[in-house]
Write a protein that binds this ligand. Structure first.
Ligand code: UD1
Ligand code: MG
Length: 449
């Protein structure tokens, strides 16, 4: 039987944040969710998440999972105190208890499995992951006696000599739960932080094993924003390396960020300062960026998007977007279309080969195939209470500065006069024009001041 306990009750004082530490995100996912996702891969029988500081906020942040039970630790008197509360709250303290710090987010399921295997094969009381760090500052130092761990000394309790020990505790432990529960209530808080340390269980248990692994960034604990940013960089590097090996070019890798879920096709070029977030798919032969943000969208083959933002939308094939376009949610731009400078599109469908090249707002609209929307065209979709639809048929030619007062429905091959305010529907092949006729007054003399 395998149970997992994730320690997530602390405030995270060193983050200097109103957000609980475990809810800070790296590459779009919270530290806690990452730890949960990693341990779910082991298929444990039950998962306990120990919350305390802003516990409701922390509990609500988690993706639902039937195996998860919450245990409240209030006040938060240390990692050992958290496990004391867990042992009391759970009737049967038996089998293996894998304890994971909620602030060690990059831990891999393979590494956790290695720990479980070592633990089983040696029938240990506790096994924990250690690594040698060049700069071990802030971590508990692990002291071995022959093959076993003798004790762990926290940074704040170390003397100068102990502080030089590079072998650190990663905050990932597997306990024989029965044996742990026998000694858990004997822990004391007579240390410099006046906290009950889980690490003090090591010297109270007999058979304490260390699984030392190479310091590859996976064991980075996050206690402050510098470490948060180091973890972000490490995860981003591995995401981008994966894409580069699959045929994606990054012009300026360091200035870009890519979500873990993103899919990018071959021969895509990602220009500088481009950010691909959420569940986005970029198909082959696209040039994305510079200065572009795309979230939860699908971009087809051979598209070029520069200096623009795209949210929750579908961009089909051979489309040019930008510079300075803003494609807002629920938009669909069909093949061979062009969205140009300073154009905002929202909840609209543009059929093939349509063009909105300059300075326009197209909202709640359906634009037919091969229709050209002149510069400065606005769909006035909001009457102060409700949003209304604009429909323009195929092969239409919309004059510059046309305002469509929605709801409005124009047929196919319609032309509108530049500067018109269109308030009435019009049929196929018509010209819709609404503006005062120009008057020329000749020999007009300006008043002298
Ligand atoms: C802890 C370890 C240290 C190890 C390091 C690895 C202890 C005493 N020290 O130190 O040996 O090298 O992790 O990253 O365990 N938490 C609770 N309840 C509490 C206090 C903390 O649930 O009362 C949670 C926190 O939310 C956090 C985790 O436990 O997710 C670790 O706490 P933190 O304060 O970050 O411990 P470290 O100082 O990093
Ligand atoms: Mg920590």
């Amino acid at each position: 039987m395998l149970s997992v306990a994730i320690l997530a009750a602390g405030k995270g004082t060193r983050m200097e944040s109103s957000l609980p530490k475990v809810l800070h995100k790296i590459s779009g996912k919270s530290l806690l969710q990452r730890v949960i996702d990693s341990c779910v891969e082991l298929n444990p029988d039950q998962i306990f998440v120990i919350t305390g500081h802003k516990s409701i906020e922390v509990q609500e942040s988690i993706t639902e999972n039937k195996k998860i039970q919450f245990v409240i630790q209030d006040p938060q008197s240390g990692t050992g105190h958290a496990i004391q509360i867990l042992c009391k709250a759970v009737k049967k303290n038996e089998g293996k208890l894998l304890v994971l710090n909620g602030d060690v987010p990059l831990i891999k399921p393979e590494t956790l499995n290695k720990l479980l295997n070592l633990h089983d094969s040696k029938n240990a009381d506790v096994s924990l992951i250690t690594t040698k760090k060049k700069n071990p500052y802030g971590y508990g130092r692990v002291f071995l006696k022959r093959d076993l761990i003798e004790r762990i000394v926290e940074e704040k309790d170390c003397n100068d000599l102990e502080r030089e020990n590079p072998l650190i505790n990663a905050g990932v432990y597997c306990f024989n739960w029965g044996n742990l529960s026998k000694i858990i209530n004997t822990l004391q808080s007579n240390n410099n932080q006046k906290e009950i340390y889980l690490t003090d269980t090591i010297s109270l248990l007999k058979n304490s094993l260390s699984l030392e692994i190479e310091d590859n960034g996976e064991l980075q604990g996050i206690n402050n924003r510098i470490q948060l940013s180091e973890c972000e960089e490490s995860i981003q590097n591995s995401i981008k390396e994966k894409h580069m090996l699959n045929g994606v070019t990054f012009i300026n890798k360091a200035s870009c960020s890519i979500s873990e879920e993103a899919e990018i096709g071959k021969d895509v070029i990602i220009e500088a300062n481009t950010h691909i977030r959420g569940n986005t798919k970029i198909n082959s032969h696209c040039i994305i960026g510079p200065n572009t943000f795309i979230e939860n969208s699908n971009v087809g083959l051979h598209c070029e998007i520069s200096n623009s933002t795209v949210y929750d939308s579908q961009i089909i094939d051979h489309i040019k977007i930008g510079p300075y376009s803003n494609i807002r949610p629920k938009s669909k731009i069909s093949s061979f279309s062009k969205i140009g400078n300073f154009v905002e599109i929202k909840n609209s469908q543009l059929e093939e080969e349509s063009k909105v090249n300059h300075l326009s707002y197209i909202g709640d609209s359906i634009i037919g195939r091969s229709t050209n929307i002149g510069a400065g065209t606005i769909t006035a979709n909001f009457d102060g209470q409700k949003k209304h639809q604009t429909k323009i048929g195929k092969n239409s030619s919309i004059g510059a500065n046309t305002v469509f007062v929605a709801p409005i429905n124009l047929g196919e091959s319609v032309t509108t006069g530049a500067g018109s305010v269109i308030t009435k529907d019009s049929k196929d092949n018509s010209l819709a024009i609404s503006r005062t006729k120009q008057v020329n007054i000749e020999n007009w003399e300006r008043k002298k001041s």
